[in-house]
Design a protein around this ligand. Structure first.
Ligand code: SF4
Ligand code: SF4
Length: 378
């Protein structure tokens, strides 16, 4: 579950002479779409499909989900649901918008398991790169917008990554990037489910892709079975209040006692439902090395994590430029204590006791007390 807190960003670019072979001839919407897809590949995206700015089908399921409070404290999801993503909204986001380019950037990469000793936490795969994916994808969107605006004088573009009011997932499904699996995320036959979505609104008329991907979940229920906290309460229904990804990243304050064991060693996010999906087995790796995992970034030493975050300066120095700043220092230390309670040994007791005695946060102190009791009980 990625942050959706940031605002849409404006795209700035430098015009340059265009050398595209596609639109030297006829500027038909079909030719334009071909050109834009090539530009997207050149910018580093692994897939690009086109759709119109018409509102994606708005299901009663979404309203019922929000009404039941399953978006937890993520109020921006209600705001996003109110914005239908239709022409009126797109007109407000970009005057004259005629097409939406939906883009996928894979972060799937081959990682060797950490062999280092000591209690280790787990960080979600999307956050293991050296840079925040928002930064990387914004640059890719800027490059794509620059090519379009230089190649098609008068065309205007505006890009969004996990941050704007566009409902990228529904738009991507309609454009044929993939289908929405029972774990609620999009799956592509080519890319599996470890990829970011982004969208570029443009005033350029592009021929839309009108062949949405078929749903290949069939009778499979692996993702539901893999969820450690029972957050996937039914196919396509995620109760964020129980989801480890939400709890470790977005939730502020103490984590409910009955959910702590299910968190296991996770200190930032959760991949269990995504990793269980069999459509990852033949997925190709992404082409952008800046989104690939850094060695051992997914398995931090928990005692080191607690030591490094003993001060706000230490926390910022360790996670600067990465999505791991999102839970803030209190949330990350709370998570590290709970993970130690679940997987730590007696060598963690002294540091946890120091946390109990010195940490300014009651949430962190209580989590450390809980961890000490759990370790002692083992
Ligand atoms: S497997 Fe993890 S990320 Fe998926 S729904 Fe369950 S807790 Fe959330
Ligand atoms: S694990 Fe199975 S049910 Fe879940 S999303 Fe993947 S294919 Fe669909």
């Amino acid at each position: 579950m990625k942050s959706a807190s940031e605002k849409p960003f404006a795209l700035f670019f430098v015009s340059r002479a265009d050398d595209c072979r596609y639109h030297r001839g006829m500027n038909t919407p079909a030719n334009n779409a071909l050109a834009v897809k090539q530009y997207a590949a050149d910018a580093g995206f692994d897939a690009a499909r086109i759709t119109t700015p018409d509102a994606p089908a708005h299901t009663t399921h979404t309203k019922a989900w929000l009404d039941a409070g399953m978006n937890a404290e993520m109020g921006w999801l209600e705001t996003r649901a109110e914005l239908r993503g239709g022409r009126a909204d797109d007109e407000r986001l970009l005057a004259g918008a005629r097409s939406v380019v939906v883009l996928a950037a894979s972060y799937a990469s081959r990682e060797s398991a950490s062999q280092e000793a000591g209690a280790r936490g787990t960080v979600a795969r999307y956050a293991r790169a050296a840079e925040d994916y928002h930064t990387v994808i914004r640059e890719m969107l800027n490059a794509l917008a620059g090519r379009i605006e230089a190649g098609f004088p008068g065309a205007k573009c505006r890009g969004f990554v996990d941050s704007g009011p566009l409902r990228e997932r529904e738009l991507a499904a309609r454009a044929g990037i993939g289908w929405q699996g029972k774990h609620t995320n999009l799956i592509s036959l080519d890319l599996g489910n470890f990829f970011f979505l982004a969208a570029l609104l443009t005033t350029l008329e592009l021929a839309p892709d009108t062949d949405p991907a078929a749903n290949h979940c069939g009778t499979c229920t692996r993702c539901l079975a893999a969820c450690p906290t029972g957050a996937l309460i039914a196919p396509m229904t995620l109760d964020a209040r129980r989801c480890v990804s939400y709890l470790t990243i977005e939730h502020r304050g103490a984590i409910a006692l009955h959910l702590r064991e299910g968190i296991g060693d996770k200190v930032f996010g959760c991949d269990d439902c995504l990793a269980a999906c069999p459509w990852n087995e033949r997925a190709r790796a992404g082409q952008n090395a800046r989104l690939a995992a850094q060695p051992n970034a997914g398995r931090p030493d928990l005692l080191q994590l607690l030591s490094d975050t003993a001060t706000e300066e230490g926390f910022r120095a360790r996670f600067r430029g990465t999505p791991l700043l999102r839970p803030k220092r209190e949330g990350m230390r709370r998570n590290a204590c709970i993970a130690l309670g679940n997987v730590g040994g007696t060598d963690a007791l002294a540091l946890l006791q120091t946390v109990v005695e010195t940490d300014p946060s009651e949430v962190v102190r209580e989590s450390a007390t809980w961890a000490i009791a759990k370790i002692a009980a083992r």
